[in-house]
Design a protein around this ligand. Structure first.
Ligand code: ZN
Ligand code: ZN
Length: 181
């Protein structure tokens, strides 16, 4: 069966992208994948908030969005974010922004230690639909690692607790590395 965008019939499904529940009647994206527990038969569906699908699964999400000509709230924004993720291959791995809790992690871009208290971006790896933690980069290394600094929408989405002052600091560090080319 093809992937779907539909209204959630109940509020029971959890989003694969963020782990939170998807509210009843909210639009959601369902990615059909082979059922790992049934050898030759059957599919299972991975559910996502539309935002989480745009950020984490850009290709199947865009493919499905084109089959839905009707008005979808936030459509232009999700389309834009998914396009960014499709053209910048590492962007869907971006998860949260946070201050480093210790100085032990090394940046996956420059390989230097991320100082305690410094802003870092956490990355996830898509392991058959399970998004597992896979290290960090300095916020200032976003430009070289991701090949774009257009990451604020996803950082805000996955780190809803960040305040305006935090976001301003992160934006300044992103821009310090130079503009997109
Ligand atoms: Zn979600
Ligand atoms: Zn770095």
């Amino acid at each position: 069966m093809p992937h779907v965008i539909e209204r959630a019939a109940s509020g029971r499904a959890k989003c694969r992208g963020c782990g939170e529940r998807i509210g009843a009647a909210e639009l959601r994206f369902g990615e059909r994948v082979p059922n790992p527990y049934a050898e030759d038969e059957g599919e299972t569906t991975h559910w996502f908030h539309l935002a989480c699908a745009a950020f984490r699964r850009p290709e199947p999400f865009l493919e499905t969005l084109t089959t839905r000509p009707e008005a979808i709230e936030g459509r232009a924004a999700w389309e834009h974010e998914a396009e960014l993720g499709r053209t910048h291959r590492r962007l869907p791995r971006v998860s949260t922004a946070e201050r480093a809790a210790s100085g032990r992690a090394a940046c996956r871009s420059c390989r230097e230690a991320i100082a305690k208290g410094a802003w870092r971006i956490s990355l996830v790896y898509d392991e058959d639909g399970r998004f597992v933690p896979s290290g960090f980069i300095h916020v200032r290394c976003a430009r070289s690692y991701l090949e774009t600094i257009e990451v604020m929408a996803r950082l805000k989405h996955f780190s809803p607790a960040l305040g305006d002052a935090d976001l301003a600091e992160i934006q300044a560090e992103l821009e310090a590395a130079g503009p997109d080319q």
